[in-house]
Write a protein that binds this ligand. Sequence first.
Ligand code: NAX
Ligand code: ADP
Length: 287
Amino acid sequence: MAEPRLWTPADARDWIAVPDADSDKYSRGVLGVVTGSDRYPGAAVIGVEAAIRTGVGMVRYLGADRPANLVLQRRPEIVTAEGRVQAWLIGSGMDPGKLTREESSLLDSALHGGEPVVADAGSLRRVAAGAHQRAFGVDESWRIVATPHVGELATMLSGLGSPAEVGAIRADPVSYAADVAARLGIVVVLKGGTTHVVAPDGDAITVSGGSPWLATAGTGDALAGIIGALVATNAERVLADPGCLASVAASGVLLHAAAGDAAAAEGPLAALDVAEAVRGVVGGLLR
Ligand SMILES: NC(=O)C1=CN([C@@H]2O[C@H](COP(=O)(O)OP(=O)(O)OC[C@H]3O[C@@H](n4cnc5c(N)ncnc54)[C@H](O)[C@@H]3O)[C@@H](O)[C@H]2O)[C@@H](O)CC1
Ligand SMILES: Nc1ncnc2c1ncn2[C@@H]1O[C@H](COP(=O)(O)OP(=O)(O)O)[C@@H](O)[C@H]1O
C-alpha cells in the first residue's frame, strides 16, 4: 500500500464549485437528503445546515415528518418535495435496527439510483451488505462514500464476515479501512482525531488536525453534510471520473477540521457551531 498523502487547503480549494452568472440552483447541484428519525431528529438539522453552509444549489429533504419539521423551522429554504438530485446524503441519525418501511425504501432508492451517495451511520450496514453492488456491479459502486467511525467500521467488518476489535482498528486504521474500501468498491472515510480517506484501489489520504473539541455529539453529522454538498456540486466530475471521489471526500474532511478549529477558537463548540463555521472557511479559501 502506498504511503497516505496529506491533504492541503489548496487541494480542497479545487473542489469548491463557485457559481457564475450562468449558474442556477439546479445547475449548481441538488443534494437529496434522507437523514434523521423520530429518535435522532437533530442529526438531520445539523447535516442540512452543514450542507447549506458548504454551498449547494438546493437541498431536497425527504426524511421523516419530525426531523423534516425541525429542518424547515431552521431552514425554510429546504425543499421537501421529491424530484431530481445530483447526489444523496443518507443515514445520519437513523438506527439501522429501527427503520420504518418508508425509511428503508428511501435508503434503498438512494443507494440504487445511480447518483453518487454519501452514506453515514444508519445506512452503513446496508452498504456493507453490498446491495448497491448487486444492483450495479463493483465498478459502479465507486460512487459511494461511507463515513464510519471506528465502531461503525467494526460493524461493517462484521457484516463482511471479518470481525475485528475496535482496538485493532485503532492500531492500524488505514489497513482496515482499505480492506472495506476494496471489498465493497467504495471510498471509506474513517473518522477520528486523524481521519483517513481510502479509495477502493488502496490510495489513502490523511487529514490530520481538527480541534479535539470536535469530539462531541453531532459533529459527524456535520461532516456528512459537508461532503454531501461537495459531492452534489461536483457530481458531473465524479460521474465522469469516479476516481476523484476520494479527493472530494478529503476536501470535505479538511473543511470540517478547519470549521472545528474556527468554532473552537471561541471556546467549547457544539456541532451546529461547526456547521455554521464552514461558511467562513469556504469564504477564506476562495479569497
Ligand atoms: N443530535 C443527534 O440527533 C445526534 C445523532 N446521532 C446519531 O446517533 C446514532 C448513533 O450514533 P453512534 O455514533 O452512537 O453510533 P452507534 O451507536 O452505532 O455506535 C457506537 C458504538 O461504537 C463504539 N465506538 C467505538 N469507537 C467509537 C467512536 N470513535 N465514536 C463513537 N462510537 C465508537 C461505541 O462504544 C458504541 O458501542 C447515529 O445515527 C448518529 O448519526 C449522533 O450523531 C449524535 C447526535
Ligand atoms: N479527538 C478528536 N480530534 C479531532 N477530531 C475529532 C476527534 N474526535 C472526533 N473527531 C471528529 O468529530 C467527528 C465525530 O463524528 P462521529 O463519531 O460520527 O460523531 P457523531 O455521530 O456524534 O456525529 C468526526 O468527524 C471525527 O473525525
